[in-house]
Design a binder for this molecule. Structure first.
Ligand SMILES: [Zn+2]
Length: 206
């Protein structure tokens, strides 16, 4: 038997051969198989061929009440045993195989570290501005121009959206002659590549 299936059955003390109700709508073994098979396009009730209401009533009895009703059953059940399903490779991996992400389920990214690295590699290949975003972030950190409330993802997307022939420019340079700007979205603009090179670290104070 699959190791994760075993963990789930043991954790919730379920007999894989026992029916979920008197009608034997499905066995707990089938239910856990369905949970393992879910993907963004294939939900538990679809796999088991039953209604959402049947899932809710039987699963609440067996798996307990979910803390957040919006959380899908598989996510909740994996979380209970310290696992998460990666939306990239669809493998079920232990939580420490995911990077942190404050606003996502369980405070972890939806893709595992391996998939996240590959996604970034592909994005970098298709868009060299991503590299600039990373080196800018590094420079800003070195110059201590990154405030703690910085929104990393918005900045990354700003770099990704940079039109051809343009560079991302700090409106107020990070290391200006008289004033220094912050590495924040509000201080970023698109500038034609030629203009950006001539601007250097000057900022006119009027
Ligand atoms: Zn993955």
């Amino acid at each position: 038997m699959n190791e994760i299936k075993r963990l789930i059955l043991d954790h919730f003390n379920l007999n894989p051969n026992k029916g979920c109700n008197r009608q034997n709508t499905f066995t707990w073994g089938q239910a856990v198989d369905a949970i393992l098979d879910t993907s963004p396009r294939n939900s538990v009730n679809k796999i088991l061929g039953v209604s959402n209401a049947t899932i809710t009533s039987n699963f609440s009895k067996a798996f307990g009440k979910k803390p957040a009703s919006s959380q899908p059953w598989p996510n909740y059940i994996f979380n209970c045993i310290g696992y998460k399903k990666c939306y990239g490779c669809l493998e079920i991996k232990s939580l420490d195989e995911f990077h942190k992400s404050k606003n996502r389920d369980m405070g972890k990214q939806s893709s595992c570290k391996v998939c996240a690295k590959e996604n970034l590699r592909l994005r970098q290949k298709n868009n060299p501005e991503i590299n600039r975003a990373y080196s800018s972030k590094y420079n800003a950190k070195k110059l201590q121009r990154t405030p703690p409330w910085i929104n990393d993802l918005a900045i990354l997307e700003f770099y990704e959206g940079c039109p051809k022939g343009y560079h991302v420019d700090h409106i107020i340079p990070l290391q200006g002659e008289r004033v220094s700007g912050l590495h924040v979205l509000e201080n970023l603009q698109y500038l034609p590549a030629s203009e950006n090179l001539s601007k250097s670290n000057r900022f006119e104070i009027t």
